[in-house]
Ligand binder design. Structure first.
Ligand code: TYD
Length: 207
């Protein structure tokens, strides 16, 4: 596999989508071939699964069914989009990947991490990111940011504040478990400062 797989993670409203876009533009301007994609989504099937997952009408979705739906979208995404791009030598920037399932379905919903690993092993085809940038942000402020944006709150964003706090702790625990793969970045600062830290971490991986 000649490409690089870089993932952005973080609680809702942490600004990771903005940072991913900025990084994509920067890397393209340096001549890299870059694919920007997202989970759940990134494929036709995945985007349809996303519609189910984020629809507030499905407020009775069980945590296990939720975990399988995220994994199903991921299986389609890995096989049809991510692996082919990596094989072509591209840099793949992905807005969320399997660590979202560990943080949201694991720490947030309370599913066991070994179970989530078992579900996600075939879904990822064993693919592990070269770098995971976790944009750390206080959950209350994240939700404030989303509310200020004026758009509708989706099914996961509509969870109570303690759910988002558990997700955040899950991310911090992941970052501590493997400092070489994860970079915890303070996303409570101005966009330019966060961008600088993101770029520094990525440059190390591209060396
Ligand atoms: P996203 O579009 O990144 O939301 P936002 O831009 O608001 O951060 O992700 C959609 C939601 O899905 C988000 O609330 C996190 C959740 N999610 C999981 O719970 N598990 C997963 O495996 C993934 C990929 C996302």
């Amino acid at each position: 596999m000649s490409g690089k797989f870089i993932v952005f993670e973080g609680v809702d409203g942490s600004g990771k989508t903005t940072q991913l876009k900025l990084l994509g533009e920067e890397l393209r301007s340096r001549g890299y071939e870059v694919l920007c994609t997202r989970e759940p989504g990134g494929t036709r099937v995945g985007e349809s699964i996303r519609d189910i997952l984020l629809n507030p009408a499905f407020n009775d979705l069980s945590p296990l069914a939720e975990a399988f739906l995220y994994a199903a979208a991921r299986a389609q995404h890995v096989e049809r989009v991510i692996l082919p791009a990596l094989e072509e030598g591209k840099i793949v920037l992905c807005d969320r990947f399997v660590d979202s399932s560990f943080a949201y379905q694991g720490s947030g919903r309370g599913l066991e991490i070994p179970l989530l690993k078992k579900i996600n092993e075939p879904a990822t085809s064993g693919l592990v990111p070269d770098l995971v940038l976790i944009l750390d942000f206080s959950c209350g402020s994240g939700m404030d940011r989303i509310c200020r944006s004026g758009r509708r709150i989706d099914r996961i964003e509509g969870e109570r504040e303690d759910f988002h706090a558990k997700v955040r702790s899950g991310y911090i625990a992941l970052a501590e478990s493997s400092p070489s793969r994860y970079r915890l970045i303070d996303a409570g600062r101005p966009v330019g400062q966060v961008r600088r830290d993101v770029l520094k971490a990525v440059e190390e991986v591209l060396k």
